[in-house]
Ligand binder design. Structure first.
Ligand SMILES: C[S@@+](CC[C@H](N)C(=O)[O-])C[C@H]1O[C@@H](n2cnc3c(N)ncnc32)[C@H](O)[C@@H]1O
Length: 292
């Protein structure tokens, strides 16, 4: 990931969420404001990505898109709904438990920091400079009169491994904090992932609630693993964290994060199929966890 790059993987998460929430069964899982946020995100993407805003309104175009996606990487589409759905539930529960600060790492086009900024929570988003600039312009254009999250423009790299905590930001180490790393750690090398966990642990006085996704690529059939990696590479990004779920657990444990809940692909698919009536599946090896 380059610092001057608009993340296409982040853009396609927004596009897929937008396309799927044209369908009432998926739309009903989310607040109208969240659905509207993603409509605006897709509308504001640079051309030709913003064409999806027009075409995905049509049922036949969505069917064609779904067919091609399911052919290349079955379960990719529903996993987007799953991560947004379960993360929103977890954050809601934590808010009830008096968490007062949210830091979203690799925030992309996600709405959570914006949404909770309206509810008296201090919210921070961290992303590479190009993404941070786009997001700030997006907030100024579509939500000029709302509270905005504090956007931290920052590119983590082999040369820049320190998170911009302490003197670099207004993040308060004394507040009960939620850290969200949705589709983020996958883009970091194992040693950088390890270092980030350690930095988070030592900065905050109380261990934050860490909500993270993980793709255990070893659980995917070989050809789908290839599709996944190639898809990401084609848009100029690279998956770097190749840990199976046990290695991922060990890394969390090494940094004294205790797993409180873990959702696997079967659990999430079964529940979402029951609620929405969809026949889509969720890709194998996809996990969502909360650790404290
Ligand atoms: C797959 S996207 C996920 C976006 C968002 N969290 C979501 O799930 O909708 C990954 C995000 O992490 C950001 N990112 C990737 N590598 C990064 C790095 N080294 N430093 C800062 N941000 C990075 C990208 O710019 C992108 O917005």
């Amino acid at each position: 990931m380059k610092s001057d790059q608009l993340s296409k993987t982040a853009a396609f998460i927004a596009i897929k969420f937008y396309g799927l929430t044209r369908i009432p069964a998926f739309r009903s899982l989310f607040e109208d404001s969240k659905v509207a946020f993603y409509e605006r995100v897709v509308e504001s993407l640079p051309t030709p990505l913003n064409y999806y805003h027009y075409w995905l309104k049509y049922d036949w175009a969505r069917r064609l898109y779904t067919w091609s996606e399911e052919l290349l990487l079955p379960g990719d589409l529903l996993h987007i709904i799953a991560r947004k759905y379960y993360i929103q539930q977890l954050v809601h529960e934590l808010k009830e438990d008096q968490y007062k600060q949210i830091v979203v790492l690799g925030s992309g086009f996600d709405d959570l920091a914006f949404t909770y900024s309206q509810q008296g929570i201090s919210c921070f988003e961290l992303d590479v400079p190009r993404m941070a600039k786009h997001k700030q312009q997006f907030f100024n254009r579509y939500y000029p009169d709302s509270n905005h999250p504090d956007i931290i423009s920052y590119h983590l790299s082999d040369d820049q491994q320190k998170l911009p905590l302490s003197s670099h930001s207004n993040i308060d180490p004394n507040k009960k904090t939620i850290i969200i790393a949705e589709g983020f750690f996958d883009y970091l090398r194992t040693d950088l992932f390890d270092s980030i966990l350690g930095q988070i642990k030592s900065f905050f006085h109380q261990t934050p609630a860490l909500i993270t996704t993980h793709f255990a690529l070893n659980e995917l059939p070989l050809h789908h693993r290839w599709s996944f990696k190639t898809g990401v590479k084609t848009v100029g990004e690279e998956l770097k964290l190749y840990q199976n779920i046990n290695e991922f657990h060990k890394m969390l444990a090494r940094n004294e994060f205790i797993i409180k809940k873990q959702f696997n692909h079967q659990f999430m698919a079964t529940e979402l199929q029951q609620i929405t009536g969809t026949e889509l599946s969720i890709l194998q090896g996809f996990y969502l966890l909360i650790a404290k």
